[in-house]
Write a protein that binds this ligand. Structure first.
Ligand SMILES: NC(=O)c1ccc[n+]([C@@H]2O[C@H](COP(=O)([O-])OP(=O)(O)OC[C@H]3O[C@@H](n4cnc5c(N)ncnc54)[C@H](OP(=O)(O)O)[C@@H]3O)[C@@H](O)[C@H]2O)c1
Length: 241
C-alpha cells in the first residue's frame, strides 16, 4: 500500500496556496492544485514540481466543486486558500451588496469546498482553511473582512469536535506579499507595506512561505485540531488591538 500523502490545495495556483503546494511537494506528497485560470495553474505547476497536477474550476460554482471532488478521489489533507477581495472599506461607505459579494467570494466557497470534500477525506487527515487577521484585529476599514473571516474562524472549534478524528484548523495571516495585492495601486501598496514594517515586531510583511510553513505544520501534526493560528509577525500586538 502506498504511503504517499495526497494533498489538495484549493487556490494553489498563486500566493499562499502555491507556496503551500510547494512545501508539500518538497516532502514527496502528491499535490493537486486548483484555480480558475488554466494558464496560471500550468505556470504554477511548473514552479511547484514533484507529483503535482492541476484542475481549473470556479469555487463559487457548486457544480464545479462537486465535479472536482468526484474526480479527485481520496484525499489526506485539504487546504483551502481560495481568495475573495470584496467587502473591504469604511463601514459608512460599505455597500451591503459588496459585503454580500465578499461572503460569496470567500465564506461560501470555503464552506462549500469543505462539505463537498468530506466524503473523500481520510479520517486521519486534516483540513486547513486560510482565513485572515482582519477578524482578530481592529483595523479601520476591515469590518466587512472581519465578518467574513470571523465567520470561518468561529466554525473551526465546533467542526473539530463534530468531525473528529478528522482534524480541522485555520491559519489567520497578516499582510502577506502575494499577487492578491496587485489590485491595489503600487504607490498605495508600498505605503501600506512600509507602514506595517515600521509597526510590526518582526519588521517586515509576510511572505507566502511563512504561511505555507504554518499550514504544513497544522496539517501534519496529529495532535493539533480546532486551532486558529495567527501568523502575522505580531502586527496586532504592536497596534495594541
Ligand atoms: N495576501 C494577504 O495579505 C492575505 C492576508 C490575509 C488573508 N489572506 C487570505 O489568504 C488566501 C490566499 O490569498 P493569496 O494572498 O495567496 O491570494 P492570491 O495570490 O490571489 O491567490 C488566490 C488563489 O485563489 C484562486 N481563486 C481565487 N478565486 C477563486 C475562485 N472563485 N475559484 C477558484 N479559485 C479561485 C486563485 O486562482 P485564480 O485567480 O486563477 O482563480 C489563486 O490560486 C485568501 O483566502 C486570502 O483572503 C491573504
Amino acid at each position: 500500500m502506498s504511503t504517499t500523502q495526497r494533498v489538495v490545495v484549493m487556490g494553489g495556483s498563486s500566493g499562499i496556496g502555491e507556496a503551500t503546494a510547494t512545501a508539500f511537494a518538497a516532502t514527496g506528497a502528491e499535490v493537486v492544485i486548483t484555480g480558475r485560470g488554466r494558464d496560471k495553474i500550468d505556470a504554477a505547476l511548473a514552479r511547484i514540481g514533484g507529483e503535482s497536477t492541476g484542475y481549473a474550476l470556479d469555487a463559487t460554482s457548486q457544480t464545479d466543486i462537486d465535479a472536482f471532488f468526484e474526480q479527485v478521489g481520496a484525499i489526506d489533507h485539504l487546504v483551502v486558500a481560495v481568495s475573495g477581495s470584496a467587502g473591504s472599506g469604511p463601514f459608512v461607505d460599505l455597500k451591503l451588496e459588496d459585503l454580500a459579494a465578499g461572503f460569496d467570494g470567500k465564506f461560501w466557497p470555503q464552506v462549500r469546498i469543505l462539505k463537498a470534500a468530506l466524503p473523500h477525506l481520510d479520517s486521519q487527515g486534516s483540513v486547513t482553511l486560510v482565513t485572515a487577521g482582519s477578524s482578530r484585529s481592529a483595523f479601520p476599514g476591515t469590518s466587512g473582512l472581519a465578518a467574513i473571516n470571523g465567520a470561518l474562524d468561529a466554525m473551526i472549534p465546533p467542526l473539530a469536535v463534530e468531525l473528529a478524528p478528522l482534524r480541522i484548523n485555520a491559519v489567520s495571516p497578516g499582510v502577506i506579499d502575494t499577487p492578491w495585492w496587485d489590485r491595489v495601486p503600487e504607490a498605495q501598496r508600498t505605503a501600506l507595506f512600509e507602514g506595517l514594517v515600521a509597526t510590526t515586531p518582526v519588521g517586515r510583511v509576510g511572505r507566502p512561505e511563512d504561511i505555507a510553513r504554518a499550514i504544513h505544520m497544522l496539517a501534519t501534526n496529529g495532535f493539533i485540531t480546532g486551532v486558529v493560528l495567527d501568523a502575522n509577525g505580531g502586527t496586532n500586538l504592536a497596534t495594541g488591538r
